[in-house]
Each structure stands twice: as structure tokens, then as C-alpha cells.
Design a protein around this ligand. Sequence first.
Ligand code: ATP
Length: 515
Amino acid sequence: MAIQEEHFKKVISHAKEYGFIFPSSEIYDGLSAVYDYAQNGVELKNNIRNYWWKSMVQMHDNIVGIDAAILMHPTTWKASGHVDAFNDPLIDNKDSKKRYRADVLIEDYVAKIEDKIDKEIAKAEKRFGDAFNLNEFITTNQRVVEYNQKKEAILSRMAKSLEKEDLADVKSLIEELEIVCPVSGSKNWTEVKQFNLMFGTKIGASADSAMDLYLRPETAQGIFVNFLNVQKSGRMKIPFGIAQTGKAFRNEIVARQFIFRMREFEQMEMQFFVRPGEQKKWYEQWKETRLEWHLSLGLGIENYRFHDHEKLAHYADAATDIEFKFPFGFKELEGIHSRTDFDLSSHEKFSGRKLQYFDPELNESYVPYVVETSIGLDRMFLAMFSSALQDETLADGSVRTVLKLPSVLAPIKAAVLPLVKKDGLPEIAKEILEDLKWDFNVDYDEKDAIGRRYRRQDAIGTPFCITIDHDTLQDNTVTIRFRDSMEQKRAPIDSLRELINEEVSIRKWLQKMQS
Ligand code: ATP
């Protein structure tokens, strides 16, 4: 745990020091859980968004994109259920005066049980070596069986109490588990209360005519209210999807863990409209497709797991999270929800407009069912950034800090570096730069010794360094240094574009989804 915490601190400080993420309005001491993306951060974020958009919109002929407004008619949020039900259960510790999400306190407790299970497994793996059978071990080892039973009992009781809105029982559970406040260490808790997460605002100039609005807490509703507009204007046939990326706002009770839980964040969502009765098939299909998308970035399956929901949201008949191994453990990165016809039916009711599709094959009209995939762009950023950041001990004993981002996502694809600031080398370097910048985001650096320049590029994740030296003057070749292996090779200047493209093109990376 200590090593993980250490790593997480390093992630936050590296993000600031190297121009990825700054606290919002920092000169006024910042605003809690709001962050600004800096010069390198915005590139990484754009690249992630683009990677998602291409895989969803460009690669599927039955998915189109939209960009709906953040402000929506307030009835939207009545219809969606957010006004009445978009609550989190909160609890205060009377001694530290700190506020917590009651469900998160319980989940953190369960995570500790999971840690114990993992430790037992690791011990047994070591003891039994090749003969170790994980399935047999977790079903027969007494201690692990008991841990698992305890975990299941806690989670299902919490799910039931939250479902029934039995907040007194949620508090009893916290007391029975003897959960203490991480700050004060005391068990002196208030009652559990519901807290609505939507930010309110007003539209209109005069006090009389002003209308109460909400900043959207999810992008999905902008898609539902436009369902028929898109279907008709795009002549879409079911099954089809509408994708969107954009800002969402939630007044989170506990906003910690850097950009994992923000009050202003960005979502990448896709709502897929299907025939009623076919939702299960599409739900399974999208689970698989989305996991493949994550795996295409090359981080390895051991960093991901599905977590099926025990407590389903008011709109869902099945839901799962794709969890990622963040520096603070496995946590939700993306949600895949089978949302039934809840949203469209509800908008029909509240708006009085028909939101139905005439299915020519069935010769009937119906309200489509929806399977959605919803991923937080900022969480995806954190997932990529935190797993890429590594300290590597080199053969000579020195340590280099390197950001081993998938090269398709790297903010800068190549740095062009004249070995010295004279003899015509900067001029050639700038010519190369001028040519490459049509296709890639490239950087030029002539300051300091070459080794230091390499390290600066390693720290921001640049996959290629191109060095121009005196041999270049003779034979038009340059040295290419690769970020991960630190290998260097000579290559002709006119081969650079293709060489870089081969490594960073979206085609190359997304094609892994099909293999
Ligand atoms: P959590 O349980 O962590 O609060 P959620 O289940 O409420 O998340 P969804 O409503 O399913 O989240 O939203 C879809 C995605 O949006 C999440 O998987 C996550 O990646 C992202 N997301 C949600 N809330 C936040 C937030 N406060 N900050 C950053 N990203 C968020």
C-alpha cells in the first residue's frame, strides 16, 4: 500500500511538473476537485478522446456522433429521474467533521478483505508453485472461503438497504463493521442522509422570469432527447448508436483521488438503440467490444476486470463496470448499462411527444431499448498516465523517469534535436520539424546536452527522438532513439514520416481489436 501511495503522489506531482494537469485557479489556492489540463495534458486527453471517437463513430457505420448542449430544459432531469433519485448517501464523522459517502466507506472496508484474499492467494501460489490451482484454492481454503462469504454478505446487505432506502441500516452496517473515520479514528458517526449531486444554476436576466436549471450530470440525456431527430435526419435503422463526448458536472460529496473523482469532468458515452428483447445480446456484445478497446492499448488483461452491479440503478436491467487497476486499487473506469426503455418512455410521458421507431421488418412501432457504454475521459487519462509513469534503473545504476504511454496517445510523437547549436545542424532540424508537423505533433529542443534532452522527452512520453549530427550533413541520415528500449538507429530523413506513422497510427492500434 505504501508503495502504491508513494506512486500516486508521484503521479500527481509529475503531472504538474511536466505540464499535464494543474489545480484549477491555483493562484487562489485552487478549487476542490476541479482541474485544468495543461499543454501536454490537453494533447493526451485529445488523443484519448480521438481514439475513442474513431473506434465508435468512424469504425461503425451504424453509429453517429452528436454534441448536445450542457444546459437542457429542466424537465429533462425530472424525466430522467435525476431530480428525485440522483443521490449519494452521506455520513459525517462528528469528531473530524469530515464527510464521507457511506457506500464508499463500506466498499473500502470490503477492499481490505479483498487484499487479505489476494495475500492468501499469493502465499499459496508461492508454496504450491506450478501445481497451484486458483479455482480449487479459493473454493476449498477455509480462510479464503470465509473472507469471500463475509464480503458477499456485506455487499448484498448494503445493496438491499440502499435499494430500500433503508439508510438507518446502512448506518448500522457501518457500526457493526466498526468502521472508523480515517482522519479522527473515531466511530462517532451522524445519521446517513441522501444528498443530490446536481449543480443548480439559473437562466434569464430578471429575477421573476429566471428559470432554474441544472448543469448536466451525464451526457446521456442529450442523446435521448435527440433520439428521434437523429434517427429521422440520419435515416438510421435499428440497431444503431449515438455517441457523444462532453462535460458533466456532479457535486461529489467526497472528491479526492485527484482526477478520479472530479466535480467537473468529461464523459464519452454511446447509447445503442435495439429491439426490445434483444438488449441482453447487445449488452454482452458491448461488454466484449469495450474490453477489447481497452486491451488494444496494450496494458494487459491483468489490469482490468468486470464488476457486475448488485444494486441496479432505477433505469437498468443489467449493469457492469470495467474496473482498472489504479494506483489505489481496482476502481470503475467505465460503465456498461442495459438501460431498458426507461429513458425514452419517460421522456415520452413528460414531453407528450412520441419517441418511437417504426421497424419495417416487424411492421410495428416501439420504444427502443438501450445499451450504453459510458467512460470517464479523465479516468481514462489517469489510468493511462499512472500506469505509464515508471522509474527505471539503468545498467549504469542511474534512474530515469519515463512515461511509457501507448505511442498512439503520446502528446508529442517526436522531438527533433540538433546535436549542437551550430554548423548548420539547427537549420536541418528545423526543416525536418517543418515537414513532420503537417502530420504529427512534434517538438524542437536545442538546449542542454543531448542526454538531458532525451530525459525531458522520456518524462513526457515522446516515443521518438530524432537527432541531427555532423554525419547528417554528409549522408542525410539521422539517429532515431526509441523511448522504451532507448535503442538508437540510423535512418534516412525521408523515411521518418513513414517510420513514425507506422508506430503511432490509430489504424495500427485499433486493428488489434480485431485480432
Ligand atoms: P462512481 O460510482 O465512481 O461515482 P458512477 O457509477 O456514478 O461512478 P456513471 O454514472 O456510470 O459513474 O458514469 C460513467 C463514467 O463517468 C464512470 O465510469 C466514470 O469513468 C466517469 N465518472 C463518473 N463520475 C465521475 C467523476 N466525479 N469524476 C470523473 N469521472 C467520473
